[in-house]
Write a protein that binds this ligand. Structure first.
Ligand SMILES: CC(C)(COP(=O)(O)OP(=O)(O)OC[C@H]1O[C@@H](n2cnc3c(N)ncnc32)[C@H](O)[C@@H]1OP(=O)(O)O)[C@@H](O)C(=O)NCCC(=O)NCCS
Length: 234
């Protein structure tokens, strides 16, 4: 039933929504999702004009905070789930590819909310998701490839506080920003933390709870704190 309704709506809307409804879902559940998507679509229509660009389907959940939206470019089929916070102000802006989802309560923050130098920004490829409760600190540049999955509570940091001086408070010593790259087809599992300057190579899995301090070669599975290679997928 879900599949049938999904396909019918996709035909009517001219947008492929078929994978949004499970084939075995009961009609009430499917209808519930459709109604919710309708409400999110209306909310999206009300705010999309504020964005630098927004294409196609554009769904905005309940209590979503979007600041400096003119710095944000969203591809087709963009979803910002309930309660997420997306701050646009940054040197390169935030660029989302097609079919990107930002999970509930996720925070994307390139720049300190109370002043200081603008952060660099974020690029997310097609068909990638930022999971619920994520923290994406893109004050240094963060680039996330295509088909990247993030489980809940992933954090990515592209900045460290300087602390070499002991004669002055660390808060006055500034920060060092470093580029972070998550290449295509990676899975960052729940509660993993990716630190500044790291590249996670194509096709890699970062196991739950890992702290990634060094580059991860393509097709690796890494785990632990600090994260070490436990297997290769090839
Ligand atoms: C990495 C993972 C996918 C398992 O991969 P796997 O190839 O099946 O790995 P195995 O279970 O064979 O474990 C291999 C070794 O790594 C260790 N290991 C696995 N996951 C680990 C983790 N998250 N942290 C630390 N060590 C871990 C295992 O204990 C095992 O160690 P051993 O060889 O000393 O016994 C899984 O452990 C994991 O982290 N899943 C994430 C779950 C998640 O976030 N789900 C959300 C979905 S949205």
């Amino acid at each position: 039933m879900g599949n049938f309704l999904g396909k019918t709506i996709s035909k009517l809307a001219g947008i492929d929504l078929s994978d949004r409804f499970g084939a075995e879902w009961d009609s009430f559940s499917t209808l519930g999702v459709m109604v919710r998507m309708g409400i999110w679509m209306v909310r999206g229509m009300l705010v999309r004009w504020r964005f630098g660009a927004a294409k196609g389907l554009f769904l905005i959940g309940k209590d979503v905070t979007i600041r400096q939206a003119s710095y944000i470019i969203a591809g087709k089929n963009f979803i910002a789930q309930d309660h997420c916070e997306i701050n646009g102000l940054s040197q390169k802006g935030l660029v989302f590819g097609d079919k990107v989802t930002i999970g509930s309560y996720a925070i994307i923050r390139p720049t300190n909310l109370y002043g200081g130098e603008a952060g660099v920004g974020l690029k997310v490829g097609n068909n990638s998701s930022i999971g619920p409760y994520a923290y994406i600190g893109c004050s240094g540049y963060i680039e996330i490839g295509d088909n990247v999955m993030m489980s809940p509570r992933v954090s990515i940091y592209s900045e460290n506080h300087n602390f070499s001086e002991t004669t002055m408070p660390m808060i006055e010593q500034g920060v060092t920003r470093s580029f972070v790259k998550i290449e295509d087809d990676c899975w960052l599992a729940a509660n993993s933390v990716i630190l500044a300057g790291v590249t996670v190579g194509k096709g890699s899995v970062v196991a739950a709870g890992s702290i990634v301090t060094k580059d991860v070669p393509p097709y690796s599975i890494v785990a632990g704190n600090p994260a070490k290679i436990i297997k290769s997928r090839k």
